[in-house]
Design a protein around this ligand. Structure first.
Ligand code: G3H
Ligand code: 13P
Ligand code: ZN
Length: 320
């Protein structure tokens, strides 16, 4: 058993309390390789933002969990070396079983999500409670979820949203003991959220209803990529074949971050940014074959994207 505290990581409790008070949200960025991690840490150090590093179960398989743990530990040292030791959370994204959550906790994660949102209500409560009881022994924070987001999530694809029912949140939070709650209010996973012409809408009215029932309780938004149109155009200009699609408008996310939303998950926008930069190098410099020559520009573009998110969307700059 390795405690996240030995790795220099923190859990999400204090970060969420400050975000709630300050009217901003903590960025939760997914990673599975070195360039992504470098970009996240450099962007968050330069904007002086706390950060949640997210690992999905797919990422854990891809990158190997031992390596991931050392990478997270390395991220703590890297931030110090860059001159500003920001608070860093290592979080399991969309944990689907007690065993996976337990394993991550034993491997140095400081926070886990147990996603029982596809289960019947009482089963979601029982599973979440079990994870909370285990995690809290080690001061690891737990995120639960109520309601189902549309879109692709690992291998699960839900076609429609099932919005979170405000009547359920108080009971769920009380009976599970979770530290934060992911809700479904119109965001969705993946790069293909809405077709151009559709009107994406975060249901701030449902969010308000939820806030009324659990005042001051940290809320999490998944599926919060905005699918920047200039990046999609760049991918296609350099030989990509991305379908037309739009994401969650950044102004709506900014509004949500000012409320009880304390954590905003962004993964797809980073994937798009990296892809655009790599495609550009491949087209403009077809003679290059050193991975640093295309992964370097991808890392730079990713860092710019994250800085923009921290400053203009989450409002987490200068909060570390
Ligand atoms: O919500 C899902 C995240 O974007 C992680 O995606 O399972 O493909 O790593 P992944
Ligand atoms: P996006 O696919 O919108 O980036 O959402 C990521 C996410 O919710 C990770 O849990
Ligand atoms: Zn998610």
């Amino acid at each position: 058993m390795i405690s996240y505290k030995e790795l220099g990581l923190v859990n999400s409790r204090d970060l969420f309390a400050k975000a709630m008070q300050g009217g901003y949200a903590i960025p939760a960025y997914n990673f599975n390789n070195m360039e992504q991690l470098q970009a996240i840490i450099a962007a968050c150090v330069e904007t002086k933002s706390p950060v949640i590093l997210q690992v999905s179960s797919g990422a854990r398989k891809y990158a190997n969990q031992t390596l991931l743990r050392y990478m997270a530990q390395g991220a703590v040292e890297y931030a110090k070396e860059l001159g500003y030791p920001i608070p860093i959370v290592l979080h399991l994204d969309h944990g689907d079983s007690f065993e996976l959550c337990k394993n991550c906790i034993e491997f140095g994660f400081s926070s886990v999500m147990i996603d029982g949102s596809h289960l019947p209500y009482e089963e979601n409560i029982a599973l979440t409670r079990r994870v909370v009881d285990y995690a809290h022994q080690y001061d690891v924070t737990v995120e639960g979820e109520l309601g189902v987001l549309a879109g692709v999530e690992d291998d699960v694809n839900a076609e429609h949203h099932t919005y979170t029912q405000p009547e359920e949140v108080e009971d769920f939070v009380k009976r599970t003991g979770v530290d934060s709650l992911a809700i479904s209010i119109g965001t969705s996973h993946g790069a293909f959220k809405f077709k151009p012409g559709q009107k994406p809408e975060i249901r701030l009215d449902i969010l308000k209803e939820i806030e009324k029932r659990i005042p001051g309780f940290p809320i999490v938004l998944h599926g919060s990529s905005s699918v920047p149109q200039d990046i999609v155009a760049e991918i296609n200009r350099y030989g990509g074949k991305m379908k037309d699609s739009i994401g969650i408008p950044e102004e709506q996310l900014r509004k949500a971050a000012g409320s009880a939303v304390c954590k905003i998950n962004i993964d797809s926008d980073g994937r798009l940014a990296m892809t655009a930069a790599i495609r550009k190098v491949f087209v403009e410099k077809p003679e290059e074959f050193d991975p640093r020559k295309y992964l370097g520009p991808a890392r730079d573009k990713l860092k710019e994207l994250y800085k923009h998110k921290n400053i203009n969307v989450l409002g987490s700059d200068n909060k570390a």
